[in-house]
Design a protein around this ligand. Structure first.
Ligand code: 5BU
Length: 252
């Protein structure tokens, strides 16, 4: 693509949402656009990973419901402390997909009490505009398109999903494998430097590709980091690759 992208500074000037601002300010100050996906299944692994990659990331993405020994006091309290110390945000990838009332209960209740600690969450928009009203105190990243082979997020679905995302004041961005309007932040998972897939439908691209062709803002890397022998070194590699790819995408 030949057109230039909107810079983080420009996006910062154009947004009032506190979570967008924090993400963009953190990206600029850490020179990082990396979100590590912590798809580990114990509190100990989660906290150890957060501690190692913390200095290099702008956010840690969790699937908190895969933690087998979850306890609010033992899992969330130390995680919040690590996040504050290393200056990254907490992104819970819950992918809400229900009516507003149920999503509100899933967001505020149960053992996870996501509302108490997540800075931002992912949500499907399949439940319609009002289903997103309950996420008032956080940012919402709308699932626009999925990275897995055969995903049903067709061009016409994405177009309708974007209408909801663009019009809802709680939405700060979208997850997609396609370009989206630049007034939303674009989060792109399915990023891996070594693999092209995982044999379970996942499809991978390089940081270079997603910045150049999608004008993504933030890359999300899971196994490329947490499965590596040295997660900190891998985080530094993805941070550097991602930042260089961003800088290159600013140049025509
Ligand atoms: P991986 O190990 O880098 O493949 O992990 C990718 C993460 O991003 C994982 O937590 C997924 O749930 C998440 N993800 C994704 O891979 N693709 C998508 O389209 C969406 C989320 Br939406």
């Amino acid at each position: 693509e030949e057109e230039t992208r909107v810079s983080y500074e420009q996006k910062l000037n154009n947004t009032q949402h506190s979570v967008s601002r924090k993400l963009l300010e953190t990206a600029l100050s850490k020179k990082s656009n990396l979100i590590a996906s912590a798809d580990v299944t114990t509190t100990q692994e989660l906290l150890a990973l957060a501690e190692k990659v913390g200095p290099h990331i702008i956010a840690l993405k969790t699937h908190i419901d895969i933690i087998s020994d979850f306890e609010y006091e033992k899992t969330i309290i130390p995680l919040k402390e690590i996040a504050a110390r290393h200056q990254f945000l907490l992104m819970e990838d819950r992918k809400f997909a229900d009516i507003g009332n149920t999503q509100e209960l899933q967001f505020t209740s149960g053992v996870f009490k996501i509302t108490d600690w997540a800075d931002f969450v992912t949500s499907q928009v399949i439940g319609g505009f009002e289903s997103l009203d309950c996420f008032k105190n956080v940012g919402v990243v709308a699932i626009v398109g999925m990275s897995s082979k055969g995903a049903l997020t067709t061009a016409s679905y994405r177009e309708e999903a974007l209408k909801v995302a663009l019009s809802h004041p709680n939405v700060i961005g979208g997850v997609s494998q396609n370009k989206i309007p630049e007034d939303l932040l674009l989060f792109t998972p399915g990023v891996n430097l070594a693999d092209s897939g995982d044999g379970k439908g996942q499809q991978y691209n390089t940081p270079e590709h997603v910045f150049k062709t999608l004008h993504t803002d933030f890359i999300i890397v899971g196994r490329g980091i947490y499965k590596s022998d040295d997660p900190e070194a891998s985080a530094i590699t993805y941070k550097t690759e991602g930042w260089n790819a961003y800088i290159n995408s600013l140049i025509k």
